[in-house]
Design a protein around this ligand. Structure first.
Ligand SMILES: [Zn+2]
Ligand SMILES: [Zn+2]
Length: 106
């Protein structure tokens, strides 16, 4: 951990040790973007402003909605994958049974 630089906070304009704010939310769908991703440079914030910013990010309805959608998509994908796996097992079972039946007929 590097020693925080002391400079003017981008938010409260007080001279304090600053930390670079980095958003923690996942990437967006398509070209959707939010106030954190839209800015070209992340702000340097003092501990207080940094915490406030993090709270804002965590409580952002748009981000939460997106995270919910993402969770739903993941759950659906997992369900589809599980079904495909089950289908594959069934097909393999049928193929094995057919082979066995054909083998027995010979
Ligand atoms: Zn500040
Ligand atoms: Zn974003």
């Amino acid at each position: 951990m590097t020693q925080p630089i002391e400079a003017r906070c981008d938010h409260c304009k007080q001279t304090r040790p600053l930390f670079l704010y980095q958003p923690t939310h996942n990437a967006h769908f398509g070209f959707a973007t939010c106030r954190w991703c839209a800015r070209d440079k992340q702000p340097l914030l003092c501990v207080r402003c940094w915490g406030a910013e993090r709270e804002l990010e965590e409580n952002d309805p748009f981000l939460n909605e997106e995270a919910e959608t993402m969770a739903k998509i993941c759950a659906t994908n997992a369900r589809i994958a599980a079904r495909e796996e089950a289908d594959k097992a069934t097909c393999e079972g049928i193929a094995a049974a057919t082979q066995k039946a054909e083998g027995g007929a010979q």
